[in-house]
Write a protein that binds this ligand. Structure first.
Ligand code: PMP
Length: 288
C-alpha cells in the first residue's frame, strides 16, 4: 500500500510523522472520510469544501489547494489500484514545540490513505441496527463547533465504548439540552407520517455529506424533509429511522433505547432511500 504523505507516495511501513506533530500531541488537525465507488470518488468537492471550512475554523492553513488535494486523492486511489474503497484525508497542524501554542508548528502535514472499506455486514441493512442513548454528550457548540471535523473525537469514542459495553453497535448522542445530536459517526433521520426529519446543525450534528445527499433524494422523491430539534421521544415513536454516513451509507435503525421503531423492521421508505442512494454513488462521483 502506498500512502500520500506531504507530496510523496511512501510505503505503508515508511508513512511516519513526527512525534512533535500537534495532530498527535493535541488532536490538532482536521480530516475527511471519503468513498470510492467503481473508480469514482463520491462527492469529492463537498468533502474538500468541508475540509477547507474545518481548517479555516481552526485557523489551520491548508498547505495544498483544493485542486491539488483533489488530484492527490485520485492519484492515491490509482496508485493503490482501487476500484472501491475508503479514503482518509488528514491534515495535521504539523510538528512544533511541546506547548499548546501552534506558533512555530508546521508546515501542516497532509496524509491520504486509500484502503479497502470494512463494510457493516450486508445483513444489518436487511435487519437494521439497534441503538442506545449513552451518557457522553456531543460537544457543545459554544466549546467547539461540532461542524468542524477535527481530529478530536474523544467524546464520540467514549460514546461508542459505552454502547459497545452494553451490547449495542451504535450510540445515540444528545446535546447538552438533551436533544438528539447524532450517532458517533453518523447522522440521524426519522420518518413520521410520510415526512422526513433530521436534527439541525446547531443541535450538534455534523453537516454530513450523506445527510445532504439524503435530503436531495427526499426532494427528488417528493418527501417533505425538514431540520428540526428532535427528542428521544421522537425517535421512540417514529414510523421509521435510519442513520447516514460515508462509511455506513444509509442504514436502517429498528430499535432505539429498547423501543421498537415502527414494526421493528427496516421501513419501506428507508428501503427506497437505500436503493436511490446506491444508484447514485457510482454515477455521480469524480472519475479517478
Ligand atoms: N457525524 C459524525 C460525528 C461523523 O464523524 C460523520 C462521518 N464523517 C458523520 C456524522 C456522517 O458524515 P458524512 O456523511 O459526511 O460521512
Amino acid at each position: 500500500m502506498k500512502i500520500f504523505l506531504n507530496g510523496e507516495f511512501v510505503d505503508k511501513e515508511n508513512a511516519k510523522i513526527s512525534v512533535f506533530d500537534h495532530g498527535l500531541l493535541y488532536g490538532d488537525g482536521v480530516f475527511e472520510g471519503i468513498r470510492l465507488y467503481d473508480r469514482c470518488v463520491f462527492k469529492l468537492n463537498d468533502h474538500l469544501e468541508r475540509l477547507a471550512y474545518s481548517a479555516k475554523a481552526l485557523l489551520l492553513e491548508l498547505p495544498m489547494s483544493s485542486e491539488a488535494l483533489s488530484d492527490a486523492v485520485c492519484e492515491t486511489c490509482r496508485m493503490n489500484e482501487l476500484t472501491n474503497g475508503y479514503i482518509r484525508l488528514v491534515v495535521t497542524r504539523g510538528a512544533g514545540h511541546l506547548g499548546l501554542n501552534p506558533e512555530g508548528c508546521g508546515p501542516a502535514s497532509v496524509i491520504i490513505i486509500a484502503d479497502k472499506i470494512q463494510l457493516y455486514p450486508e445483513e444489518l441493512y436487511e435487519t437494521g441496527l439497534k441503538i442506545i442513548t449513552v451518557a457522553s454528550r456531543r460537544i457543545n457548540s459554544a466549546a467547539l463547533p461540532p461542524a468542524v471535523k477535527s481530529l478530536n473525537y474523544l467524546n464520540n469514542i467514549l460514546a461508542k465504548i459505552e454502547a459497545k459495553r452494553v451490547g449495542f453497535q451504535e450510540a445515540l448522542m444528545l446535546n447538552d439540552k438533551g436533544e438528539i445530536a447524532e450517532c458517533t459517526g453518523d447522522n440521524v433521520f426519522v420518518l413520521q407520517k410520510g415526512r422526513l426529519f433530521t436534527p439541525p446543525l446547531d443541535a450538534g450534528s455534523l453537516r454530513g455529506i450523506t445527510r445532504g445527499v439524503v435530503m436531495d433524494i427526499a426532494n427528488e422523491l417528493g418527501i417533505p424533509c425538514s431540520e428540526q430539534a428532535l427528542t428521544r421521544y421522537d425517535l421512540w415513536t417514529a414510523d421509521e429511522c435510519f442513520l447516514t454516513g460515508t462509511a455506513a451509507e444509509v442504514i436502517p435503525c429498528v430499535e432505539v433505547d429498547h423501543r421498537m421503531v415502527g414494526e421493528g423492521k427496516p421501513g419501506s421508505l428507508t428501503k427506497r432511500f437505500i436503493d436511490v442512494f446506491r444508484s447514485k454513488v457510482s454515477v455521480e462521483g469524480v472519475k479517478i
